[in-house]
Design a binder for this molecule. Structure first.
Ligand code: FAD
Length: 317
């Protein structure tokens, strides 16, 4: 079932989860261990992220270095199928522009369609570390909207090969990302919203936000979206802080701000356990307020660790 159908059917705020594919070498059991404890909350859907290739340098004899391409977390499509099969829950694979040609994207989407997966979250993907700025694949997409248009074309029965006749239409429900504190490359929030609106006008049916730690950022963002004519559901994304180093790592990695009160409480913590407790309490307060304001769904970034998120959802659901 599509994410939008779940949202329409719901009479209260839904709870969904996002997981990462395991590191290469770990089996599917690690995924089941990561989400099994959360299934008692009956999430309508589970997102599985996609991670593009990275470059590593291996020592060769004679002091030489060899550059190798590795995908550290492969398997998004297979994991989605495994989750759906095991838990009878809808899975939402993340599909990214980075590292894919249009044809590879088309083939991945065909696989998803064959597997009965009818949801995708389409994203551009971040630049790889060694490049600094996002570089599309040869014949790949530059922005999420370009990828979105490819999915929409397939939903209309149009594949890359124009000579294909009687092509079966896919039927993907398409979600996209939104940034209450603006995307880090956007010159300002207004520009970012313009491009977000373009994604919605091109067929995005819902938005999932980047994590935020100050609910007022989300509420302001929703208001600005509405004023800009964006009328699809905007699902807030929450991530509990789980260690002391995240005080600086989260702003650096995800370009989000941490409110002063939260940082003050974390700075008083002596151990990661203390920080985790503060993070859980903060996320509980955020969730309660979001639920009071009747958001359609709260999407938890679990980072494939169920413990903290389970403790939050137990208190709010
Ligand atoms: P876009 O919508 O393409 O926007 C990228 C930037 O370009 C923005 O600054 C935007 O304002 C600007 N822009 C858009 N269109 C145009 C245009 N036509 N002309 C000029 N500028 C334009 N990354 C992963 O690698 N894997 C994942 O699984 C993943 N999951 C995510 C899930 C969520 C909910 C979120 C919020 C992010 C996720 N990301 C993931 C990170 C995401 O890929 C990055 O934030 C990426 O840098 C931007 O992706 P986007 O889809 O928002 O890009």
């Amino acid at each position: 079932m599509k994410v939008t159908e779940h949202l329409k059917k719901a009479d209260k705020t839904l709870i969904s989860f996002e997981i990462l594919p395991p590191l290469k070498g770990q089996g599917v059991q690690s995924i089941f261990d990561a989400i099994g404890p959360l299934m008692e909350f009956k999430p309508p859907f589970i997102d599985v992220t996609y991670h593009r290739e990275e470059f590593i340098y291996k020592n060769k004899s004679g002091g030489l270095l060899e550059k190798q391409v590795v995908r550290k977390r492969p398997g998004t499509v297979g994991i989605c199928a495994a989750i759906m099969n095991r838990y009878q829950v809808d899975a939402v694979p993340h599909i990214i522009c980075g590292g894919f040609s249009r044809e590879e994207t088309e083939n991945a989407l065909i696989d998803l369609d064959f597997l009965g997966i009818d949801n995708v979250l389409v994203l551009r993907g971040d630049p790889i570390k060694s490049e600094g700025v996002f570089v599309p694949e040869k014949d790949g997409h530059v922005y999420a909207i370009d990828l979105l248009e490819q999915v929409r074309n397939m939903n209309e029965g149009n594949f890359l090969d124009e000579d294909l006749s009687s092509s079966t239409k896919t039927d993907f429900c398409i979600g996209v990302a939104g940034y209450p504190e603006k995307h880090f490359e956007a010159p300002n929030l207004k520009t970012d919203l313009k491009y977000l609106k373009n994604k919605v006008d091109s067929g995005a049916e819902y938005i999932v936000t980047q994590m935020f730690f100050d609910n007022s950022k989300y509420f302001d963002f929703v208001e600005m979206c509405q004023k800009a004519g964006i009328d699809v559901p905007i699902i807030p994304g929450l991530k509990p802080i789980t260690s002391l180093k995240q005080i600086t790592a989260l702003p650096r990695t995800f370009h989000v701000n941490l409110p002063e009160d939260l940082v003050d409480s974390l700075s008083d913590c002596k151990t990661n356990d203390d920080a985790r407790q503060v993070g859980i309490e903060w996320a509980v307060q955020q969730s309660r307020e979001l639920m009071e304001r009747k958001v359609p769904c709260i999407h938890f970034y679990t980072m494939s660790r169920s413990g903290p998120v389970k403790k939050i959802v137990e208190q709010i659901y």
